[in-house]
Design a protein around this ligand. Structure first.
Ligand code: AMP
Ligand code: ZN
Length: 113
């Protein structure tokens, strides 16, 4: 298996895992862009948002709910945080296993740079 996030899901390679449920796992990004930078990753391999199917609707919702829970635990809820999901080259996607970035602990601008 070559997908790096599948290997993390399957515990074949190490990651700083902070949350797991039946749908997702979450772990620290190795190149953090903020004081809190976690990746929420579905256990199921889906390469990009473009491959999401109707039957993945609960999975997509579970990713966001896991992010909300992690943000709350880290006391980010009130000040706020950013959730990012990149798709393909123009979106800046580098790992082709769906994932949601949870970024917090600093102020982000809009539009993004
Ligand atoms: P994206 O550019 O949206 O595809 O984001 C991929 C993210 O995965 C980047 O922020 C990387 O720093 C992160 N990343 C890549 N490999 C690992 C790894 N082995 N453990 C944790 N984070 C990783
Ligand atoms: Zn994968």
């Amino acid at each position: 298996m070559t997908c790096i996030f599948c290997r993390i899901v399957n515990k074949e390679i190490q990651a700083d895992i902070v949350y797991e449920d039946d749908w997702v796992i979450a772990f620290a990004d190795i190149h953090p862009q903020a004081a809190t930078h976690l990746l929420i990753v579905p256990r199921k391999h889906i390469s990009t948002i473009n491959q999401l199917q109707e039957q993945d609707a609960e999975l997509a919702g579970r990713m966001i709910l896991a992010a909300k829970k992690l943000a709350h635990e880290r006391k980010l809820s009130e000040n706020g945080y950013r959730l990012v999901m990149n798709c393909n080259a123009d979106g800046g996607q580098t790992v082709f296993h769906l994932h949601l970035h949870l970024l917090g602990g600093r102020r982000f601008g809009w539009p993004p740079g």
